[in-house]
Design a binder for this molecule. Structure first.
Ligand code: FES
Length: 127
């Protein structure tokens, strides 16, 4: 047994998951665990990229080795209640992908395009 019963990693430092709200998911889980007095049992950490870019926000729970993709705040609430507190992984939200890197090129391109469109033009004004 490690230092924590469960250790949760949220991809907040990758290039893509933050665009889809991973910082908010991390904050929600961290605050919810603290509010429940579970900080000694469950650790919520920020992490770098899991090589599943475009499928995020990605959340991984160890030692269960359960991966969740596309984690919205609503899904994070279910993961909190059913998995982290209740002890049962949320099977219908479990990330389904082959082992190893799995990137969603279409979503990654859309995020790149959205970021480029949000860049100020040469005049410093938004396009
Ligand atoms: S940016 Fe989150 S998995 Fe790559």
């Amino acid at each position: 047994m490690g230092q924590y019963a469960r250790h949760v990693f949220v991809c907040t430092h990758g290039e893509f998951c933050p665009f889809d709200g991973s910082a908010e998911v991390h904050r929600f889980l961290k605050e919810a665990i603290a509010a429940r007095g579970l900080k000694r049992d469950i650790r919520i950490n920020k992490s770098g990229c899991f090589n599943q870019c475009g499928n995020g926000p990605m959340v991984v729970v160890y030692p269960d080795n359960v991966w969740y993709g596309g984690v919205t705040l609503e899904r994070a609430r279910r993961i909190l209640e059913e998995h982290l507190v209740g002890g049962r992984p949320v099977e219908e939200l479990r990330y389904q992908a082959p082992p190893g890197p799995n990137k969603n090129a279409g979503r990654m391109a859309a995020i790149h395009a959205a970021r480029a469109a949000a860049q100020p033009g040469p005049s410093g004004r938004q396009p």
